[in-house]
Ligand binder design. Structure first.
Ligand SMILES: [Zn+2]
Ligand SMILES: [Zn+2]
Length: 232
């Protein structure tokens, strides 16, 4: 189990909130989403959680995340990140780094989205090992924990199967279909018809399709390099 990371620069991910704003550690909503907590505001509807209630031990996504957090590499990442926070807060005994929701609340970001408990817990768990509030951080949150790709280098990890649910933690919202079309190289002015057609389709279908296609502005440079490598 591994969260696949892109070529993100770790150096840009130092903690960024000021030590003086430590007071609030809780989310502004009643959300208590955590690996072992069945949040009342965002209940998991999988058969295990539904049938066995709180702290369902067999819930698949919770198991995935638990396994990930037990990995040696994960523990090291969290410890390294925690050390940065200890310096920021000038507290050598700080036990755990502030999570995404508490940091977002301090910045006045509305984190009512996402609504899915798995996605909320994914954000919380990832925020113990890196700063998600960097403006360039993006991840495909609708993928399962082990398959979501996260980058913080200004690029979007679209080279996967589908562009499902690209989430920008710094503004707590998903990329829209129109934004994905822009990223695909289609101009909102010159390719207006594409935007009109896309808006008539199901958003999920469009996200899948755009993750598996390349537009001409992208295909052109790729092909020219490939053709240049061919021997006459
Ligand atoms: Zn919740
Ligand atoms: Zn569940």
């Amino acid at each position: 189990m591994e969260v696949h990371e892109g070529q993100s620069s770790q150096s840009s991910e130092s903690p960024e909130s000021s030590p003086s704003s430590e007071s609030s550690e809780s989310c502004s909503t009643d959300c208590t989403c955590a690996v072992s907590v069945h949040c009342r505001a965002h209940p998991c509807t999988c058969s295990y959680c539904k049938d066995y209630g709180e702290q369902a031990k067999k819930c698949r996504w919770r198991l995935n995340i638990r396994n990930y957090t037990k990995l040696q590499s994960t523990r090291k990442k969290r410890l390294d990140y925690l050390k940065l926070w200890r310096k920021v807060k000038n507290d050598g005994k700080l036990k755990v780094a502030p999570d995404y929701f508490s940091l977002a609340a301090r910045k006045g970001i509305d984190t009512s989205s996402p609504h899915c408990p798995r996605q909320r817990v994914t954000l919380r768990e990832l925020s113990y090992e890196r700063n998600l509030l960097n403006g360039t951080t993006i991840l495909n949150l609708k993928k399962s924990f082990g398959r979501c790709q996260i980058r913080a280098d200004g690029l979007v990890p679209t080279l996967g199967d589908g562009c499902l649910g690209f989430f920008l933690p710094s503004v707590a919202s998903y990329l829209t279909v129109d934004q994905l079309l822009c990223l695909s190289g289609l101009s909102p002015r010159k390719n207006k018809i594409c935007y009109e057609l896309a808006n008539d389709q199901n958003n999920g279908d469009m996200e899948w399709m755009m993750g598996n296609t390349m537009t001409l502005p992208v295909v052109g440079p790729v092909l020219s390099v490939a053709l240049g490598m061919l021997r006459p």
